[in-house]
Design a protein around this ligand. Structure first.
Ligand SMILES: [Zn+2]
Length: 330
């Protein structure tokens, strides 16, 4: 049964991957189209494009992870509930008339000047959100307040600010590459141990994949992202958490130590050195050697309300294969 599951997951991952390859040229177009929209909004509102891009991406992620929201259809990922767009007391929730929407205090806005404020128009939707933010000001501190008032959630604000920092740093939004967490040339092994029982510290299940390798083997960022957490925990030892632009949290535990100069809030890319394989954990700070050295790698997903762990094994397999293909091409 277990084997069948693994096979099915691998099959799904492989099919999605090949579909993604086919779609790749279309996606480049989409990134181009989005960037153009963000720059247009920046020109009008003076809110730097990377903040617009960050909100758009956050909303797209939340929609992709939740069943109670319609999937994003256009280039923009921002979702406005009808009554929020038209105004709560507007008897017509599908109203597209900018004047009556304005009268009822809706957020809807005609961004492309076609006389209609349409939830189906990428320009209208992006301009509407930017206009809301602009009412707070265009500085980072103002935008943060605007975002907090909108989402009422510290985590949403910090995730969006993180995305903005990443986009600003790289000056682009197509940041989809991944790396395998240890060099493919090193001696390592791993198998799927998702859900296995773990004894230490009470009954827990194993939320991740263990990659066995020697002490000090380099551990690298798997994605474009931001260092969200760095420190000691009695289970995970020296550990690092990195947030990517899909609301995924990449967790690296039992490290021997951290890469020199690695800081909280630092922007990383696939392959950035973050630490070394070790056996730290299962005790007070500095405890090490209670089990063979390995990297514990976990993946967590945030959907705008809550965060849960999911099996990283199929992703590790995929990134390992992609990296091997890239090495061959060189
Ligand atoms: Zn583990």
């Amino acid at each position: 049964m277990r084997k069948l599951h693994i096979f099915l997951i691998a099959f799904i991952v492989m099919t999605t991957f090949s579909l993604q390859e086919v779609k790749a040229s279309g996606e480049n177009n989409l990134y181009h189209q989005r960037m153009k929209l963000y720059k247009q909004v920046e020109a009008v509102t003076h809110i730097p494009w990377y903040y617009i891009a960050a909100v758009d991406q956050y909303e797209r992620n939340v929609r992709a992870a939740r069943r109670d929201l319609p999937k994003a259809g256009g280039a923009s990922g921002i979702y406005f509930p009808p009554e929020q767009w038209a105004g709560i007391f507007n008897p017509n929730h599908e109203d597209e008339n900018p004047a009556t929407i304005d009268f009822f205090g809706g957020m809807g806005f005609d961004g492309n000047g076609d006389g209609k404020a349409s939830r189906k128009s990428d320009e209208d939707v992006l301009h509407a959100f930017a206009r809301y933010l602009q009412s707070y000001g265009t500085e980072q501190s103002h935008l943060k307040i605007g975002l907090w008032d909108y989402y009422k959630r510290d985590k949403a604000v910090s995730i969006i600010m993180g995305f903005a920092k990443i986009y600003k740093h790289f000056g682009r939004i197509d940041l989809e590459d991944h790396s395998f967490p240890v060099p493919l040339t090193s001696n390592y092994s791993y198998k799927n141990t998702w859900g296995d029982a773990r004894g230490w510290g009470g009954r827990r299940i194993h939320e991740g994949t263990d990659i066995f390798a020697d002490y000090g083997v380099p551990v690298r960022a798997t994605c474009y992202g931001i260092v969200e957490m760095k420190g000691w925990n009695r289970y995970g030892g020296w550990r690092i958490g990195i947030r990517d632009i899909h609301n995924n949290y990449h967790y690296f535990a039992h490290l021997s130590g951290f890469a020199k100069d690695l800081k909280l809030g630092q922007v990383v890319e696939p392959g950035t050195l973050i630490g070394g394989v070790g056996s730290s954990g299962y005790g007070p700070p500095g405890t090490s050697g209670k089990f063979p050295p390995h990297l514990h790698y976990g993946l967590y997903k945030d959907n705008g309300y809550t965060e849960w762990s999911y099996d990283p094994f199929p992703h590790l397999k995929l990134w390992e294969r992609q990296e091997r293909q890239k090495m061959r091409k060189r």
